[in-house]
Design a binder for this molecule. Structure first.
Ligand code: NAD
Ligand code: TDX
Length: 337
């Protein structure tokens, strides 16, 4: 049985990955190392918490001693590093923890992987490292890295650190760069869950700037299927873009959510733009499609409906989140609206 260290497995994408792998595979043992920041939630893992091929460790990837202990104890075959501070707006409010978790944390995992030896290190990165596109064109793996936010620059730094471990030490590192994800268990600071929940609560929907910024959306399970394929077939030292070619203007996503929930467009409120707001992201995923045989399976219309349904059926999940700390964050970012 191959053993995988999955970091950040209590967050949105990581918990979907853990649930997906434990449901579909019986040849992999997962150790989930997660600090349980505001974004980590063990409720996401209720279905698998007692699974025989699963173990949860609460801890920080920047903790050298803990990481060393886990590598010694489990002799991991693979590392998949999902753990990160992931929200652009929070990185604008304060960048230090982004540097610590995303850059220093990745470095601690790379050093341990080098010391103990592993078969593959998958660094989960983002299309945001490429910066912003004009009205045309797509990010390819050879697009120069040119991040604009403290979040994306911390992700770019960790990518480069990871690639340097391949070039310098021969560590089998693979980088994935995915576009915007949506699906169950996404923390309601991100566009889609925020707009669903505010609509349901009759609150204003804060759209930044003119609402015409473009994001390229992929369903979280398609992303995780790609990660599984990269884990097994990805070539060391390579970068793979992941995306479903589903570009949408923000305002159109917001209007779509309102219409599915039969709520009035009057809830939309244009607010001050995000500082340094990237205008457009769009991913060319032909490399992973041609070389590794992955392609997206979920179409946007069905998967967004299922996602909205999930938030309707799981009110307890998000009602437990949007209290206390969340309210403080919300007020800092959006004021009293
Ligand atoms: P998330 O914020 O929902 O979850 C992050 C998880 O990492 C949380 O469970 C948190 O507790 C954990 N974590 C944070 N710092 C940690 C630390 N120092 N030690 C251990 N655990 C720590 O994020 P997400 O949206 O699931 O994103 C997961 C990964 O995918 C990130 O690396 C992110 O950059 C990348 N990514 C996200 C998207 C997206 O659309 N959400 C798109 C492309 C790439
Ligand atoms: O209240 C809002 N109003 C608004 O107009 C929020 C939260 C967002 N937006 C806009 C900003 C973006 O143009 O919606 C778009 C999407 O915003 P986010 O959900 O914050 O995502 P984004 O900034 O695009 O980054 C996401 O995709 C890439 C993830 O958060 C990152 O972790 C990932 O790397």
């Amino acid at each position: 049985m191959k053993k995988i260290l999955v970091t950040g497995g209590a967050g949105f994408i990581g918990s979907n990955f853990v649930n997906y792998i434990l449901t579909n595979r019986d040849d992999l043992f997962l150790v989930n190392l997660d600090k349980l920041t505001y974004a980590g939630n063990l409720e996401n893992l209720k279905e698998v918490e007692n699974h025989k091929n699963y173990s949860f460790i609460k801890g920080d990837i920047t903790n050298n001693e803990l990481v060393d202990y886990l590598f010694k104890k489990y002799s991991f075959n693979y590392v998949i590093n999902f753990a990160a501070e992931s929200h652009v707006d929070r990185s604008i409010l304060g960048s230090e923890v982004f540097f610590r978790s995303n850059v220093v944390g990745t470095n601690v995992l790379l050093e341990a992987s080098r010391r103990y030896g592993i078969e593959k290190f998958v660094q989960i990165s983002t299309d945001e490292v490429y910066g912003s596109l004009g009205p045309t064109g797509l990010f390819t793996e050879t697009t120069p890295v040119s991040p604009n936010s403290p979040y994306s620059s911390s992700k770019a730094a960790s990518d480069l650190m990871a690639l340097s471990f391949f070039h310098t030490f021969g560590l089998p590192v693979v980088i994935t760069r995915c576009s915007n994800n949506y699906g169950p268990f996404q923390f309601p600071e991100k566009l889609i869950p925020l707009m669903i929940i505010n609509s349901l609560n009759g609150k204003k929907l804060p759209v930044y700037g003119d609402g015409l910024n473009v994001r390229d959306w992929v369903y979280v399970i398609d992303h995780n299927r790609a990660v599984e394929i990269v884990l097994e077939q990805g070539k060391a030292g390579e970068v793979y873009n992941i995306g479903a070619s589903r570009e949408m203007k923000n305002i159109n996503i917001v209007k779509l959510i309102l219409s599915k929930l039969t709520k009035p467009e009057g809830l939309i409120e244009y607010v001050k733009d995000r500082p340094g707001h990237d205008r457009r992201y769009a991913i060319d995923s032909s490399k992973i499609q041609n070389e590794l045989g992955w392609k997206p399976e979920f179409d946007f219309e069905n998967a967004i409906n299922e996602t909205i349904e999930w938030y309707l059926k799981n009110k307890n999940w998000w009602q437990g989140i949007i209290t206390g700390e969340y309210q403080k964050y919300y007020k800092t970012l959006y004021g009293d609206r």
